[in-house]
Design a protein around this ligand. Structure first.
Ligand SMILES: [Mg+2]
Length: 448
């Protein structure tokens, strides 16, 4: 580990990074639908006995209400608050529309979450001022979407995001390189993105309250106290963040597919395999704190004819929802009474985020179940706990042997199944191919 003074490190002060973030996104979509809600303490989710707040208006925040707070607590803090069930489908649609507007105007952007985008404008400022450009883009989004949005513009993603947060709601803020220290120094340390509750507490106990004090702690000490995370925090406090804006089009998908040893049209077996595949993929999704907005099912008939069906869906990582979607798509795509040699499932349009619990009818129990299953799987392996339908009807090959499926074990780096098939190396490989584009590992596994 080499410790450097920040100014010895590469600090790309010529970058121009915009961070755009919708203000109280879910609430704003509700207000657009029902303007009477404007100016009131509105809470999305949090209904019922054990509901949790998914999002709340700035008026509700004044009562100390925040996302992830139990609905009951929120009700105690603000009895007159208006609780809404929420509509993930509509929020997802608005999210896609905002992304389209941005994609139309900028060459390089990253969709960081359902309502956040980073844009890399480095090198563009010679042609048009970045601040003017960002400001106009913000106006366009507000006009076309009728939704409030704020942005920050600075030399990297971290400072741009902090600038957005400081300008919210309904604001815009530029922090140039010379303004970096005067901007960051007085801010409380919890303003640094990614600082967790435990870390915040630890630093507070050490008397570290603002960013200036954090920058004065020797790097070695930060590493000693908080490890790698401490170093990363220290860098952020010093305005150092070289992480790139990852182009949206290159945002990875996760998928898996299986070629059968002998072709089959055993529906129970096929559906059980699909269930297993989706459970494996959603497990990965939740572990990476991601949500998907698009599911694809592929089948290949015995004559090698390959058919694919795709559906846009509200952002989710829930097993039951995705499994039933996958089964529906499979029913649609498998239209010929012909043996199948392959099935595949892919989840794409991934963004960072957590399940917005409480926005689906069944979501609360389902989410707790998923969390409990993930916990077991993270400790004892992906196959430690599986859906009952896989257990009661284990998929078997023609010889009656149980077909095992473990999506975590072997992965191949590839964008999609179609492309993989063109690769002669992949074609040569065995009967099962599992694709996972983010980890970059390769391998294969057969159903034995
Ligand atoms: Mg937001």
């Amino acid at each position: 580990m080499i410790f450097n003074h920040p100014y010895n490190q590469k600090m790309d002060k010529d970058r121009q990074i915009i961070h755009m973030d919708q203000d109280a996104f879910f609430v704003s979509v509700e207000i657009r639908k029902n303007p009477k809600l404007s100016g009131k303490p509105v809470i999305i989710g949090g209904g019922g006995d054990r509901g949790v707040v998914a999002s709340c208006s700035y008026e509700a925040r004044q009562y100390g209400i925040h996302a992830a707070m139990p609905g009951r607590t929120a009700k105690l803090l603000c009895p007159q608050a208006i609780f809404l069930k929420g509509d993930m489908e509509e929020y997802s649609k608005a999210s896609h529309d905002i992304t389209e507007i941005i994609a139309d105007k900028v060459p390089l952007f990253e969709k960081a979450s359902i309502d956040e985008h980073y844009i890399d404008m480095t090198g563009m400022d010679r042609f048009f001022g970045c601040m003017k450009f960002a400001s106009e883009l913000r106006q366009t989004v507000m006009k076309e979407m009728q939704l409030p949005i704020s942005f920050g513009l600075s030399i990297n993603k971290t400072v741009a995001k902090i600038a957005t947060n400081e300008s919210k709601p309904d604001g815009e803020r530029q922090v140039t390189f010379p303004e970096l220290r005067p901007f960051l120094d007085p801010l409380a340390i919890h303003k640094i993105p990614g600082i967790g509750h435990a870390t915040y507490k630890k630093l507070s106990e050490m008397g570290v309250r603002n960013i200036l004090t954090l920058t004065q702690i020797p790097q070695q000490l930060m590493f000693k106290i908080l490890g790698q995370h401490g170093l990363s925090l220290w860098q952020k406090a010093n305005g150092i963040d070289l992480s790139p804006v990852v182009p949206y089009r290159e945002r990875k998908s996760i998928g898996t597919q299986a070629t059968f040893e002998s072709d089959t049209m055993d529906m129970a077996k096929l559906k059980a395999i699909i269930t297993g595949m989706v459970s494996g993929l959603t497990f990965q999704l939740r572990n990476q704190k991601k949500l998907t907005a698009c599911i694809t099912v592929t089948v290949r008939y015995t004559n090698f004819e390959t058919v694919t069906q795709q559906e846009r869906i509200p952002y989710t990582s829930l097993d039951s929802f995705l499994i039933s979607k996958a089964h529906n798509l499979f029913d649609k795509v498998y239209s010929k009474r012909m043996l199948l040699r392959l099935v595949g499932v892919k989840l794409s349009h991934l963004v960072s985020g957590y399940e917005q619990i409480g926005l689906y009818n069944i979501a609360e129990e389902e989410y707790s179940l998923c969390q409990a299953m993930d916990k077991v799987r993270n400790s004892y392996g992906a196959e430690a706990v599986v859906k009952a339908c896989i257990v009661t009807q284990p998929p078997r090959d023609e010889k009656g042997k149980v077909i095992k499926y473990n999506p975590r074990k072997k992965k191949i780096l590839l964008e999609n199944i179609e492309e993989a098939e063109k690769d002669p190396e992949v074609r040569k490989r065995s009967k099962i191919r599992s694709f996972m584009s983010e980890k970059g590992t390769t391998g294969n596994k057969s159903y034995e």
